[in-house]
Design a binder for this molecule. Structure first.
Ligand SMILES: Cc1cc2nc3c(=O)[nH]c(=O)nc-3n(C[C@H](O)[C@H](O)[C@H](O)COP(=O)(O)OP(=O)(O)OC[C@H]3O[C@@H](n4cnc5c(N)ncnc54)[C@H](O)[C@@H]3O)c2cc1C
Length: 341
Protein backbone atom coordinates (compact mmCIF):
# COMPACT_ATOMS: atom_id res chain seq x y z
CA UNK A 1 0.00 0.00 0.00
CA UNK A 2 1.56 3.29 -1.11
CA UNK A 3 -0.96 5.95 -0.30
CA UNK A 4 1.88 8.46 -0.22
CA UNK A 5 5.02 8.37 -2.37
CA UNK A 6 7.98 10.57 -1.52
CA UNK A 7 10.23 10.90 -4.57
CA UNK A 8 13.79 11.49 -3.38
CA UNK A 9 16.01 9.68 -0.91
CA UNK A 10 18.10 12.74 -0.02
CA UNK A 11 17.91 14.61 3.24
CA UNK A 12 14.80 16.55 2.11
CA UNK A 13 12.92 13.35 1.22
CA UNK A 14 13.85 11.78 4.57
CA UNK A 15 12.86 14.87 6.59
CA UNK A 16 9.56 14.96 4.65
CA UNK A 17 8.87 11.31 5.43
CA UNK A 18 9.67 11.91 9.11
CA UNK A 19 7.30 14.92 9.27
CA UNK A 20 4.53 12.97 7.53
CA UNK A 21 4.68 10.25 10.18
CA UNK A 22 4.95 12.61 13.13
CA UNK A 23 2.73 15.47 12.08
CA UNK A 24 0.04 14.19 9.72
CA UNK A 25 -0.80 10.92 11.44
CA UNK A 26 -0.25 8.87 8.24
CA UNK A 27 1.02 5.45 9.22
CA UNK A 28 4.54 4.64 8.08
CA UNK A 29 3.35 1.49 6.24
CA UNK A 30 1.45 3.70 3.80
CA UNK A 31 4.56 5.62 2.72
CA UNK A 32 7.03 4.64 -0.01
CA UNK A 33 10.25 6.56 -0.59
CA UNK A 34 11.28 6.17 -4.20
CA UNK A 35 14.54 7.39 -5.66
CA UNK A 36 17.15 6.77 -8.29
CA UNK A 37 19.67 7.09 -5.46
CA UNK A 38 19.13 6.03 -1.87
CA UNK A 39 21.21 6.42 1.33
CA UNK A 40 24.46 4.52 0.92
CA UNK A 41 24.87 5.56 -2.74
CA UNK A 42 27.35 8.05 -4.16
CA UNK A 43 26.64 10.02 -7.33
CA UNK A 44 27.11 13.53 -8.61
CA UNK A 45 23.31 13.49 -9.11
CA UNK A 46 22.73 12.83 -5.39
CA UNK A 47 23.84 15.86 -3.35
CA UNK A 48 23.13 14.84 0.22
CA UNK A 49 26.15 12.58 0.91
CA UNK A 50 28.55 15.36 -0.15
CA UNK A 51 27.45 18.05 2.31
CA UNK A 52 29.84 19.38 4.97
CA UNK A 53 27.45 19.43 6.82
CA UNK A 54 26.58 21.77 9.61
CA UNK A 55 24.25 24.58 10.62
CA UNK A 56 25.74 27.91 9.55
CA UNK A 57 24.86 31.44 8.46
CA UNK A 58 24.65 30.40 4.78
CA UNK A 59 20.88 30.96 4.44
CA UNK A 60 19.30 34.20 3.19
CA UNK A 61 17.59 36.41 5.78
CA UNK A 62 14.00 36.48 4.53
CA UNK A 63 11.47 35.65 7.26
CA UNK A 64 10.47 32.28 5.86
CA UNK A 65 14.00 30.89 5.50
CA UNK A 66 14.89 32.18 8.95
CA UNK A 67 11.87 30.29 10.31
CA UNK A 68 12.99 27.04 8.55
CA UNK A 69 16.45 27.42 10.09
CA UNK A 70 14.97 27.97 13.53
CA UNK A 71 12.57 25.04 13.23
CA UNK A 72 15.38 22.73 12.14
CA UNK A 73 17.88 23.87 14.75
CA UNK A 74 15.40 23.61 17.62
CA UNK A 75 13.90 20.24 16.56
CA UNK A 76 16.99 18.27 15.53
CA UNK A 77 17.50 16.95 19.08
CA UNK A 78 14.22 15.06 18.64
CA UNK A 79 15.53 13.22 15.54
CA UNK A 80 18.90 12.64 17.21
CA UNK A 81 17.14 11.00 20.17
CA UNK A 82 14.92 8.80 17.99
CA UNK A 83 17.95 7.62 15.98
CA UNK A 84 19.74 6.55 19.17
CA UNK A 85 21.74 9.62 20.21
CA UNK A 86 24.85 11.38 18.82
CA UNK A 87 26.37 8.14 17.49
CA UNK A 88 23.76 8.26 14.68
CA UNK A 89 26.05 10.87 13.12
CA UNK A 90 24.47 14.04 14.46
CA UNK A 91 26.11 15.98 17.27
CA UNK A 92 26.71 19.53 18.51
CA UNK A 93 30.11 21.20 18.32
CA UNK A 94 31.43 24.76 18.71
CA UNK A 95 31.66 27.01 15.68
CA UNK A 96 33.08 30.42 14.76
CA UNK A 97 31.78 32.30 11.71
CA UNK A 98 33.38 35.50 10.40
CA UNK A 99 32.67 38.11 7.74
CA UNK A 100 34.46 40.96 5.95
CA UNK A 101 31.21 42.97 6.30
CA UNK A 102 28.48 42.97 8.95
CA UNK A 103 25.85 40.37 7.86
CA UNK A 104 22.94 42.54 9.04
CA UNK A 105 20.72 42.89 12.11
CA UNK A 106 17.96 40.67 10.78
CA UNK A 107 20.09 37.55 10.57
CA UNK A 108 21.99 38.19 13.78
CA UNK A 109 18.90 39.04 15.86
CA UNK A 110 17.13 35.94 14.62
CA UNK A 111 20.04 33.62 15.51
CA UNK A 112 20.50 35.29 18.90
CA UNK A 113 16.97 34.24 19.81
CA UNK A 114 17.49 30.47 19.75
CA UNK A 115 21.09 29.40 19.07
CA UNK A 116 22.91 27.81 21.99
CA UNK A 117 26.03 29.65 23.17
CA UNK A 118 25.55 32.48 20.67
CA UNK A 119 27.97 35.38 21.24
CA UNK A 120 29.51 38.17 19.22
CA UNK A 121 33.32 37.94 19.16
CA UNK A 122 34.95 41.02 20.78
CA UNK A 123 36.60 43.36 18.22
CA UNK A 124 40.09 42.89 19.69
CA UNK A 125 39.89 39.14 18.99
CA UNK A 126 39.01 39.47 15.27
CA UNK A 127 41.46 38.17 12.61
CA UNK A 128 42.91 40.61 10.05
CA UNK A 129 40.30 41.67 7.49
CA UNK A 130 37.39 40.40 9.60
CA UNK A 131 34.77 43.02 10.56
CA UNK A 132 32.36 40.82 12.49
CA UNK A 133 32.34 37.29 13.94
CA UNK A 134 30.14 35.11 16.10
CA UNK A 135 30.59 31.99 18.19
CA UNK A 136 27.85 29.44 18.57
CA UNK A 137 27.07 25.78 19.12
CA UNK A 138 26.21 24.19 15.79
CA UNK A 139 24.76 20.88 14.67
CA UNK A 140 27.28 18.71 12.84
CA UNK A 141 26.16 15.89 10.54
CA UNK A 142 28.22 12.94 9.39
CA UNK A 143 26.12 13.13 6.23
CA UNK A 144 26.42 9.70 4.52
CA UNK A 145 26.29 7.86 7.87
CA UNK A 146 23.39 9.95 9.14
CA UNK A 147 21.41 9.35 5.92
CA UNK A 148 21.84 5.58 6.27
CA UNK A 149 20.80 5.66 9.93
CA UNK A 150 17.81 7.87 9.13
CA UNK A 151 16.72 5.39 6.42
CA UNK A 152 17.10 2.44 8.82
CA UNK A 153 15.00 4.25 11.43
CA UNK A 154 12.20 5.03 8.93
CA UNK A 155 12.29 1.41 7.69
CA UNK A 156 11.98 0.18 11.26
CA UNK A 157 8.72 2.14 11.49
CA UNK A 158 7.41 0.50 8.31
CA UNK A 159 8.38 2.89 5.48
CA UNK A 160 9.28 1.13 2.19
CA UNK A 161 12.27 2.30 0.13
CA UNK A 162 12.27 1.54 -3.60
CA UNK A 163 15.01 2.26 -6.11
CA UNK A 164 13.47 3.64 -9.29
CA UNK A 165 14.30 6.36 -11.79
CA UNK A 166 11.40 8.41 -13.13
CA UNK A 167 11.30 10.17 -16.48
CA UNK A 168 7.95 11.82 -15.66
CA UNK A 169 6.54 12.69 -12.24
CA UNK A 170 3.30 10.85 -13.14
CA UNK A 171 5.25 7.56 -12.83
CA UNK A 172 5.44 8.17 -9.08
CA UNK A 173 1.71 7.46 -8.72
CA UNK A 174 1.45 3.76 -7.99
CA UNK A 175 -2.02 2.19 -8.37
CA UNK A 176 -3.27 3.30 -4.91
CA UNK A 177 -1.23 6.51 -4.51
CA UNK A 178 -3.14 9.66 -3.65
CA UNK A 179 -0.29 12.05 -2.87
CA UNK A 180 3.25 12.46 -4.20
CA UNK A 181 5.92 14.62 -2.60
CA UNK A 182 8.50 15.78 -5.11
CA UNK A 183 11.84 15.98 -3.24
CA UNK A 184 14.09 15.44 -6.25
CA UNK A 185 16.51 18.34 -5.65
CA UNK A 186 18.44 19.10 -8.82
CA UNK A 187 16.39 16.38 -10.58
CA UNK A 188 13.50 18.87 -10.76
CA UNK A 189 15.42 20.70 -13.49
CA UNK A 190 14.93 17.85 -15.98
CA UNK A 191 12.10 15.65 -14.66
CA UNK A 192 9.12 15.85 -17.05
CA UNK A 193 5.97 17.15 -15.44
CA UNK A 194 8.14 19.44 -13.30
CA UNK A 195 11.02 20.78 -15.48
CA UNK A 196 11.70 23.85 -13.38
CA UNK A 197 14.09 26.15 -15.27
CA UNK A 198 14.68 28.16 -12.09
CA UNK A 199 16.68 25.22 -10.67
CA UNK A 200 20.46 25.40 -11.06
CA UNK A 201 23.54 23.80 -9.46
CA UNK A 202 25.90 25.59 -7.09
CA UNK A 203 29.05 23.51 -7.34
CA UNK A 204 31.25 22.77 -4.34
CA UNK A 205 34.51 20.89 -3.88
CA UNK A 206 35.81 19.64 -0.54
CA UNK A 207 38.98 17.99 0.76
CA UNK A 208 38.39 15.49 3.55
CA UNK A 209 41.33 14.91 5.90
CA UNK A 210 41.94 12.88 9.05
CA UNK A 211 42.28 15.32 11.95
CA UNK A 212 41.35 14.02 15.40
CA UNK A 213 42.83 17.18 16.96
CA UNK A 214 40.23 19.52 15.35
CA UNK A 215 36.83 19.34 17.00
CA UNK A 216 35.54 22.81 16.12
CA UNK A 217 33.92 24.41 13.07
CA UNK A 218 35.26 27.58 11.48
CA UNK A 219 33.84 29.51 8.53
CA UNK A 220 35.01 32.66 6.79
CA UNK A 221 32.43 34.09 4.40
CA UNK A 222 33.36 36.07 1.30
CA UNK A 223 31.41 37.26 -1.75
CA UNK A 224 31.49 34.13 -3.95
CA UNK A 225 33.20 31.56 -1.79
CA UNK A 226 33.39 30.35 1.74
CA UNK A 227 36.35 28.90 3.57
CA UNK A 228 35.09 26.29 5.97
CA UNK A 229 36.31 23.65 8.39
CA UNK A 230 33.73 21.11 9.53
CA UNK A 231 34.39 18.09 11.78
CA UNK A 232 32.26 15.01 11.08
CA UNK A 233 30.90 13.35 14.21
CA UNK A 234 31.43 9.58 14.57
CA UNK A 235 33.47 9.39 11.36
CA UNK A 236 36.90 8.17 12.47
CA UNK A 237 38.15 11.76 12.81
CA UNK A 238 37.19 13.12 9.39
CA UNK A 239 37.48 16.88 8.91
CA UNK A 240 35.84 18.49 5.86
CA UNK A 241 37.74 21.41 4.34
CA UNK A 242 36.01 23.66 1.81
CA UNK A 243 35.10 25.19 -0.39
CA UNK A 244 33.45 26.80 -3.35
CA UNK A 245 30.01 28.20 -4.19
CA UNK A 246 30.10 28.17 -8.02
CA UNK A 247 26.74 29.12 -9.48
CA UNK A 248 25.46 27.30 -12.58
CA UNK A 249 28.50 25.05 -12.75
CA UNK A 250 27.54 21.41 -13.59
CA UNK A 251 31.14 20.12 -13.52
CA UNK A 252 31.28 16.91 -11.47
CA UNK A 253 35.07 16.52 -11.67
CA UNK A 254 37.47 17.42 -8.86
CA UNK A 255 40.35 19.76 -9.69
CA UNK A 256 43.80 19.69 -8.09
CA UNK A 257 44.19 23.46 -8.21
CA UNK A 258 40.94 23.86 -6.28
CA UNK A 259 42.05 21.33 -3.65
CA UNK A 260 45.34 23.21 -3.23
CA UNK A 261 43.44 26.47 -2.84
CA UNK A 262 41.13 24.92 -0.22
CA UNK A 263 44.07 23.57 1.79
CA UNK A 264 45.84 26.95 1.62
CA UNK A 265 42.78 28.92 2.75
CA UNK A 266 41.72 26.55 5.53
CA UNK A 267 45.20 26.14 7.03
CA UNK A 268 45.67 29.91 7.01
CA UNK A 269 42.33 30.25 8.79
CA UNK A 270 43.13 27.55 11.37
CA UNK A 271 46.91 26.85 11.38
CA UNK A 272 46.41 24.19 14.09
CA UNK A 273 45.25 21.85 11.33
CA UNK A 274 48.96 21.42 10.49
CA UNK A 275 49.88 20.37 14.06
CA UNK A 276 49.61 16.86 12.57
CA UNK A 277 50.84 15.84 9.09
CA UNK A 278 48.12 16.45 6.49
CA UNK A 279 46.42 13.12 5.71
CA UNK A 280 44.01 13.49 2.79
CA UNK A 281 41.29 10.82 2.78
CA UNK A 282 39.39 11.96 -0.32
CA UNK A 283 38.43 14.91 -2.49
CA UNK A 284 34.75 15.24 -3.37
CA UNK A 285 32.52 17.37 -5.55
CA UNK A 286 28.82 18.06 -5.04
CA UNK A 287 26.16 20.13 -6.79
CA UNK A 288 23.89 22.06 -4.43
CA UNK A 289 20.28 22.09 -5.72
CA UNK A 290 19.75 25.86 -5.84
CA UNK A 291 16.72 27.68 -7.19
CA UNK A 292 16.15 31.29 -8.24
CA UNK A 293 13.79 32.80 -5.67
CA UNK A 294 14.48 30.04 -3.14
CA UNK A 295 13.02 26.58 -2.52
CA UNK A 296 9.69 25.59 -4.04
CA UNK A 297 7.28 24.30 -1.42
CA UNK A 298 3.96 24.23 -3.13
CA UNK A 299 0.91 21.97 -3.57
CA UNK A 300 -0.85 21.42 -6.88
CA UNK A 301 -3.52 19.12 -8.21
CA UNK A 302 -2.13 16.48 -10.52
CA UNK A 303 -5.15 15.15 -12.43
CA UNK A 304 -7.34 14.09 -9.44
CA UNK A 305 -4.34 13.52 -7.14
CA UNK A 306 -2.15 15.74 -5.01
CA UNK A 307 1.44 16.74 -5.85
CA UNK A 308 3.49 18.61 -3.26
CA UNK A 309 6.86 20.03 -4.24
CA UNK A 310 9.70 20.36 -1.76
CA UNK A 311 12.98 21.06 -3.53
CA UNK A 312 15.59 23.76 -4.12
CA UNK A 313 17.34 23.66 -0.74
CA UNK A 314 20.63 24.92 -2.26
CA UNK A 315 23.42 24.91 0.33
CA UNK A 316 21.13 24.45 3.34
CA UNK A 317 19.17 21.20 3.00
CA UNK A 318 20.43 19.81 6.33
CA UNK A 319 20.08 23.02 8.30
CA UNK A 320 16.73 24.25 6.93
CA UNK A 321 15.28 21.10 5.35
CA UNK A 322 13.40 19.96 8.45
CA UNK A 323 11.57 23.33 8.54
CA UNK A 324 10.92 23.13 4.78
CA UNK A 325 9.47 19.64 5.19
CA UNK A 326 7.31 20.78 8.11
CA UNK A 327 5.83 23.36 5.73
CA UNK A 328 5.36 20.81 2.90
CA UNK A 329 3.52 18.47 5.27
CA UNK A 330 1.36 21.33 6.57
CA UNK A 331 0.24 21.84 2.93
CA UNK A 332 -0.70 18.15 2.80
CA UNK A 333 -2.68 18.40 6.05
CA UNK A 334 -4.47 21.51 4.73
CA UNK A 335 -5.29 19.85 1.40
CA UNK A 336 -6.75 16.83 3.20
CA UNK A 337 -8.94 19.16 5.29
CA UNK A 338 -9.99 21.28 2.31
CA UNK A 339 -9.75 18.93 -0.71
CA UNK A 340 -10.18 21.72 -3.32
CA UNK A 341 -6.87 23.59 -3.51
C1 LIG B 1 30.03 20.66 -0.92
C2 LIG B 1 28.68 20.81 -0.26
C3 LIG B 1 28.59 21.20 1.07
C4 LIG B 1 27.35 21.35 1.68
N1 LIG B 1 27.30 21.68 3.00
C5 LIG B 1 26.09 21.81 3.62
C6 LIG B 1 26.02 22.12 5.01
O1 LIG B 1 27.04 22.24 5.68
N2 LIG B 1 24.79 22.25 5.57
C7 LIG B 1 23.63 22.10 4.84
O2 LIG B 1 22.54 22.25 5.41
N3 LIG B 1 23.69 21.79 3.53
C8 LIG B 1 24.87 21.65 2.90
N4 LIG B 1 24.93 21.36 1.57
C9 LIG B 1 23.67 21.32 0.81
C10 LIG B 1 22.93 20.01 0.97
O3 LIG B 1 23.78 18.95 0.66
C11 LIG B 1 21.70 20.02 0.03
O4 LIG B 1 20.88 21.13 0.30
C12 LIG B 1 20.86 18.76 0.24
O5 LIG B 1 21.66 17.61 0.16
C13 LIG B 1 19.74 18.69 -0.80
O6 LIG B 1 19.02 17.53 -0.53
P1 LIG B 1 17.87 17.02 -1.47
O7 LIG B 1 17.23 15.88 -0.75
O8 LIG B 1 17.02 18.17 -1.90
O9 LIG B 1 18.60 16.54 -2.81
P2 LIG B 1 19.46 15.19 -3.11
O10 LIG B 1 20.27 14.79 -1.95
O11 LIG B 1 20.17 15.43 -4.39
O12 LIG B 1 18.36 14.08 -3.31
C14 LIG B 1 17.55 14.06 -4.46
C15 LIG B 1 16.89 12.71 -4.54
O13 LIG B 1 15.99 12.71 -5.64
C16 LIG B 1 16.26 11.60 -6.46
N5 LIG B 1 15.89 11.90 -7.84
C17 LIG B 1 16.19 13.00 -8.56
N6 LIG B 1 15.66 12.90 -9.81
C18 LIG B 1 15.02 11.70 -9.84
C19 LIG B 1 14.29 11.00 -10.84
N7 LIG B 1 14.10 11.51 -12.06
N8 LIG B 1 13.77 9.78 -10.54
C20 LIG B 1 13.95 9.23 -9.31
N9 LIG B 1 14.65 9.85 -8.33
C21 LIG B 1 15.17 11.06 -8.60
C22 LIG B 1 17.75 11.35 -6.31
O14 LIG B 1 18.10 10.04 -6.73
C23 LIG B 1 17.87 11.55 -4.80
O15 LIG B 1 17.43 10.40 -4.12
C24 LIG B 1 26.16 21.15 0.93
C25 LIG B 1 26.24 20.72 -0.38
C26 LIG B 1 27.48 20.55 -0.99
C27 LIG B 1 27.54 20.08 -2.40
Amino acid sequence: MSEIVVVGGGIVGLYTTYCLINESGVSAEKITVLGKHLPGDQSINYTSPWAGGNFSCITPDDNETLSWDKFTYTHLAEIQKKLGGPSCGLDMKPSTEMWGEYPGDKKINSLKGYIEGFQVVPKDELLDGVKFAVRLMTWNFNCPFFLSNFKKYLESLGVTFVRKELTHICQAYLHDTKTVFNCTGLGSFSLSGVKDSKVYPTRGQVVVIKAPHIQENMIRWSQNSATYIIPRPYSNDELVLGGFLQKDNWDGDAHELESADIIKRTTELLPRILDKPLEIIRVAVGLRPSRQGGPRIEAENFEDKLLIHNYGAGGYGYQAGFGMSHKAVSLYIKAKREPKL
